[in-house]
Design a protein around this ligand. Structure first.
Ligand SMILES: Cc1ncc(COP(=O)(O)O)c(C=O)c1O
Length: 442
């Protein structure tokens, strides 16, 4: 029996061609080959049909390039030329993880190593519930409403898999609303799970315009993503915004997912959170993701929380053991120490406030307009009129040539094309050096 691969290169959307290999009774249909041999009395081989050629998930081609990857290539070029680079592009805190948190981690390393559970240590869930209660005044059952996560990003990504049905499911909700400027993970996860992103317009206050959720959209929505304080603009949503989102969620039956990664980085008053807007004790239709990355300078630890709707938490508990996202116990123990302490968070906020003032003063001196920027460690700066086309990439390149890295807003979406995002994460002395450079060149 002959077998040959008959397919040529496969186009997107084109049906896969299969190998021409048949066995058993079907083989007789393969006229001119096996059929004739059967007739001649040759017993056919019993083989497993060979599947279509291996191919990657087609959705991968639909992913936007990762913004930081685009930044890094140019930085590498300049670094090779000996330019001193000061990085305000990536929001990775540069201050130390507090000593007591590092100590808690080291003290928790055991001689024997055992698998951690995805459900997490009861003491960590209790610490999370207590923190949510102290911070937002909400009553969270640590077992039914809370789970640890390996940082926010992992939880943001994996939430989609719990909510989006497989393509082709009758009545499937296929849309996920994502603010038109947003942390890339929400949209990437939708694409890789074969859903469709509905870009939610941002209003003049840089908050998602919830009026865009018309009945037609609402009925198709699986998830509405909110993020306050907002990356990249630093806008902060009032509790009324969350209430309105939840009303829509109850009306149309979708889930509101709130990424509150920056909730502890504020300058005037603590921002509201989604759980505060819930009126029922099981937080139905509401899920919150938070993290120790920004609050406690723990990006390397990968430790965060998921809290809210008891049904979603139950589904998470069912699925997470299967996907290898259990947090190592020594990290969970460090996380308990971190959630239980506010003193270090206050100290960190004070450090950021000094840096923020430094750049706000600079912007005022240089007539640069800063919009939103009430929370998180971002300033959302309008590109000055003198820059051709008021193009964020041109302005960012100009700064980069002088060693100052900022993120062009256009990397996060077209609505950001006239803004740059400055993350004031470097140490205060480094910020002062940068301000001196900017004072000279702007
Ligand atoms: C809005 C937002 N959410 C989540 C994250 C990631 O948080 P984590 O380090 O906990 O994965 C980031 C990181 O920059 C972010 O900007």
């Amino acid at each position: 029996m002959t077998s040959s691969i008959v397919s040529g290169p496969r186009c997107r959307g084109a049906p896969r061609k299969v190998r021409d290999r048949r066995t058993g009774p079907d083989a007789s249909a393969n006229k001119g080959r096996c059929g004739e041999r059967h007739a001649a009395g040759i017993i056919p081989h019993v083989t497993t049909p060979v599947p279509a050629p291996f191919g990657l998930n087609r959705a991968i081609a639909d992913l936007r390039p990762y913004a930081f990857t685009q930044l890094r290539a140019r930085q590498d070029e300049l670094a090779a030329q000996g330019v001193r680079l000061i990085n305000f592009g990536v929001g990775d805190p540069e201050d130390e993880t507090p000593q007591f948190i590092r100590d808690a981690l080291v003290a928790s390393i055991t001689p024997a190593s055992r698998y951690p559970t995805a459900a997490g240590l009861p003491a960590l869930k209790q610490a999370i519930a207590s923190w949510l209660s102290r911070r937002f005044g909400v009553t969270v059952d640590p077992e039914r409403h809370a789970l640890p996560a390996n940082g926010a990003k992992e939880a943001l990504y994996n939430l989609t898999s719990l909510v989006l049905d497989p393509p082709g499911t009758p009545g499937r909700r296929d849309l996920v609303a994502v603010p038109e400027l947003a942390y890339q993970v929400y949209g990437d996860s939708v694409i890789l799970h074969h859903g469709e992103v509905f870009p939610l317009p941002l209003g003049s206050d840089w908050l998602p315009d919830l009026d865009a959720i018309t009945p037609e959209i609402g009925r198709r929505l699986a998830i509405l993503w909110l993020n306050s304080p907002h990356n990249p603009t630093g806008s902060v949503a009032p509790v009324a915004h969350y209430r309105r989102a939840l009303d829509l969620a109850h009306q149309y039956g979708f889930l509101v997912a709130s990424d509150e990664a920056y909730s502890e980085l504020w300058f005037d008053a603590p921002p509201a959170g989604l759980l505060q807007a819930c009126t029922d004790p099981d937080f139905s239709h509401a899920i919150v993701v938070n993290t120790l990355s920004k609050r406690s300078n723990m990006t390397a630890y990968r430790s965060g929380l998921i809290a809210g709707d008891a049904r979603v938490i139950a589904a998470m508990k069912n699925v997470r053991p299967r996907i290898g996202v259990a947090t190592p116990e020594f990290i969970q123990k460090a996380a308990i120490a971190a959630w239980n302490d506010e003193v270090h968070v206050e100290a960190q906020r004070a450090r950021y406030a000094v840096r923020r003032d430094l750049f706000l003063d600079l912007c005022a001196r240089k007539n640069l307009t800063v919009e939103a920027s009430q929370g998180a460690f971002y300033l959302w700066i309008r590109v000055p009129d003198r820059v051709p086309g008021r193009d964020a990439r041109v302005f960012a390149s100009e700064l980069l040539d002088n060693g100052i890295i900022v993120l062009p807003g256009s990397f996060m979406g077209p609505r950001g094309s006239e803004y740059v995002r400055l993350a004031f994460v470097p140490a205060i002395e480094t910020c002062r050096d940068a301000v001196a450079i900017l004072d000279r060149i702007l």
